[in-house]
Design a protein around this ligand. Structure first.
Ligand SMILES: [Cu+2]
Length: 155
């Protein structure tokens, strides 16, 4: 796992260099500290059930939360393929989805995501600390492009 995470870091560094060439912030923004932080299980405001399927869709694909809320996403993979729910900004997720095509074996174990095999359930705890519209997506190779993504509006 350590080796895979190291590969992920290297891949992200390479990706950032390319983003920098386009005049954007050359620093990788880090995993999602722009819109919140890992949630505390003792402070969960409510649970939102999210289903992931082989039709490359999240259900629901649109989620509304209030600023400050800690959400427990109860995630179920009802498909036959591996899927994952990754929280982030649209830019972060798009960049990461491209990297996953080049490094399809890349594994993640970050607090802003949960990866689930067929039929598995898991959870993701996140506190939303800023208002705005944020994204989530499945970064398994090809799934993002197939439309496996959703939006979170924080008010
Ligand atoms: Cu998927």
């Amino acid at each position: 796992m350590k080796i895979l995470l190291a590969l992920c870091s290297i891949a992200l560094a390479l990706g950032s260099a390319q983003v920098g060439a386009h005049g954007d912030d050359p620093h990788h923004p880090g995993h999602s500290d722009t819109f919140g932080k890992p949630g505390d299980a003792a402070k969960v405001s409510r649970t939102i059930a999210v289903d992931m399927s082989d039709t490359m869709r999240f259900t629901p694909a649109n989620v509304a939360v209030k600023k400050g809320e800690t959400i427990r996403f109860a995630v179920k993979n009802s498909g036959q393929l591996k899927h994952e729910m990754v929280l982030g900004t649209a830019k972060e997720l798009r960049g990461h989805a491209e990297l996953m095509k080049r490094f399809p074996e890349m594994e993640h174990a970050d607090p802003n995501q949960v990866s689930l095999g067929p039929g598995k359930t898991g959870e993701l705890l996140w506190q939303f600390t800023k208002t705005g519209t944020f994204d989530f997506a499945c970064l398994q190779p090809g799934h993002f492009d197939a439309g496996m993504r959703g939006k979170i509006v924080v008010r």
